[in-house]
Design a protein around this ligand. Structure first.
Ligand SMILES: CC(C)(COP(=O)(O)OP(=O)(O)OC[C@H]1O[C@@H](n2cnc3c(N)ncnc32)[C@H](O)[C@@H]1OP(=O)(O)O)[C@@H](O)C(=O)NCCC(=O)NCCS
Length: 180
């Protein structure tokens, strides 16, 4: 993946997930994660990102980018101390999932001007093709309960609700999907 593509993905992520935890850490964090994920696609209208194991992914990010990210984290935490709790919650969450699979769709976003035209559905299909090649049989996704559009999107694409949990003081739903 080209650096300019990662840059575009980060910008779209920030635009589509305003106020969420990851964008609140700054673009540097997003870039570090997106440089390390194993599955990443972008087209002119959107992107999709996934990992084989988010616990291992976060460890990789910390190991490779620690000294670059630490000053940025300190700066952000001084401005908003609640971020530190969220960092720990994130690291803890990745190790405590009850789902049967570790393979995960981490995020998907479609440019606002191109939504509801089947772009998201196509991105998921591409993603699953790659998962299938790797021999994975199922994968999971977590989404905020209040994100009605995304919950509907996943249900419509054949994801099955598995369970709900609390993260960053919000209710999240976990879905799984069999890859056929
Ligand atoms: C969720 C998202 C990726 C969907 O992308 P999209 O390209 O608009 O979705 P598609 O056009 O492929 O729609 C597929 C299905 O999702 C559902 N869906 C999509 N948008 C919907 C909406 N606004 N309201 C209700 N259902 C919707 C529909 O069931 C649709 O099937 P249909 O066209 O047969 O009715 C997009 O809305 C987005 O980027 N949202 C912001 C980021 C986000 O919340 N990401 C998910 C959390 S990780």
């Amino acid at each position: 993946m080209k650096k300019t593509d990662i840059d575009r993905i980060c910008d779209l992520h920030i635009e589509c997930f305003k106020g969420d935890f990851l964008p609140s850490l700054g673009k540097g964090f997003l870039k570090a994660i997106y440089e390390e994920v194993e599955f990443i696609y972008i087209n002119s209208n959107g992107f999709i990102v996934g990992t084989q194991d988010s616990g291992k992914l976060f460890k990789r990010v910390i190991k490779k980018h620690f000294f670059r990210l630490l000053p940025q984290l300190i700066k952000r935490v001084i401005l908003d101390s609640s971020l530190l709790k969220k960092v720990f919650e994130t690291l803890l969450y990745s190790g405590t999932t009850k789902a049967s699979t570790k393979v995960e769709l981490l995020s998907i976003a479609v440019d606002k001007r191109h939504r509801k035209k089947g772009v998201g559905r196509r991105l998921v299909k591409l993603f699953e093709k790659d998962f299938k090649k790797k021999g994975f049989t199922d994968y999971k996704v977590t989404v905020k309960d209040k994100n009605l559009v995304a919950n509907n999107f996943y249900k419509n694409l054949g994801f099955l609700y598995s369970y709900s949990f609390k993260l960053y003081n919000e209710k999240w739903n976990l879905y799984t999907k069999e890859i056929k």
